[in-house]
Design a protein around this ligand. Structure first.
Ligand SMILES: C[S@@+](CC[C@H](N)C(=O)[O-])C[C@H]1O[C@@H](n2cnc3c(N)ncnc32)[C@H](O)[C@@H]1O
Length: 242
């Protein structure tokens, strides 16, 4: 990635600091906005991620950049014994903790405040690791992915769900209009943080996807890397192993 996109364009603060502050600020209305900006399709994408993980019958799962924990909650369907949702934003984690408690899932899911670029786990610990809409927020993408590789068991599955950009007409043009005109407007109308939704579309536009992202995963050391574009390519599910 050539240019560094940060939420507040503040050159004196790290991207990580700015990302944590932004997600703390929007945590209260993040879930609602997520449904609005994706027209609810994000629910379907998360279900696909769960299905892929379920097939491998994992016991221990790490959901990196878990945010308010939607994917971690859905991952309970895999029958895993231990699920950890990890995030740097205390605000997002608190919203998630309330949801987990309300669903009586706190015996399976623990929410941990930590940095994906310095994971507090031993090597080869998790059977499966997931990240949904998280990798493009990492300050140092390669460091975050290397840490994930380190704590994943050999043969374990790594599944990423991330925004991507449709390459075919007319979806390409439709997506550009939506992400540059409609998305920031929704952000302005519904969010307390006006920069947040401009950041989300700008960072999506600048982030590698498809074969470029596959190659980053391979460079880090992941094997059997595959990308599966979703809904005209507005999101992609990547799978890999170690
Ligand atoms: C767009 S949200 C996605 C949340 C959730 N996975 C979902 O699908 O709704 C991105 C999350 O990444 C987290 N994040 C960004 N950088 C991180 C890092 N270095 N370590 C851990 N979490 C991080 C943010 O705090 C935020 O909660």
């Amino acid at each position: 990635m050539s240019e560094k996109i940060t939420p507040y364009n503040d050159k004196n603060r790290s991207k990580k600091d700015q990302v944590a502050e932004m997600f703390d600020t929007i945590s209260g209305n993040y879930d609602g906005l997520n449904r609005v900006i994706s027209f609810g399709i994000d629910i379907k994408w998360r279900k696909k991620v769960v299905k892929l993980v379920h097939k491998t019958n994992p016991e221990k799962i790490l959901d990196v950049a878990t945010g308010t924990g939607d994917l971690a909650i859905n991952l309970c369907k895999t029958g895993a014994l231990e699920i950890i949702g990890l995030d740097i934003s205390a605000g997002m984690l608190n919203v998630g903790k309330d949801k987990i408690k309300a669903k009586d899932l706190d015996n399976i899911i623990s929410m941990v405040q930590a940095d994906s670029e310095n994971l507090p786990y031993t090597d080869n610990y998790f059977d499966a690791i997931t990240v949904a809409f998280g990798v493009r927020n990492f300050e140092n993408l390669e460091k975050g992915l290397s840490e994930i590789l380190r704590v994943l068991k050999p043969g374990g599955i790594f599944v990423i769900l991330e925004t991507s950009i449709p390459t075919k007409t007319p979806y390409k043009q439709g997506y550009k209009f939506y992400s540059t005109k409609i998305l920031p407007l929704i952000g302005k109308l519904f969010s307390k943080d006006r920069s947040a939704y401009s950041y989300l579309s700008e960072s999506a536009a600048a982030f590698p996807y498809g074969e470029s992202f596959n190659n980053i995963l391979r460079k880090i050391g992941f094997i059997d890397v595959e990308d599966k574009p979703q809904t005209f390519g507005v999101a992609t599910i990547y799978t890999a192993t170690k």
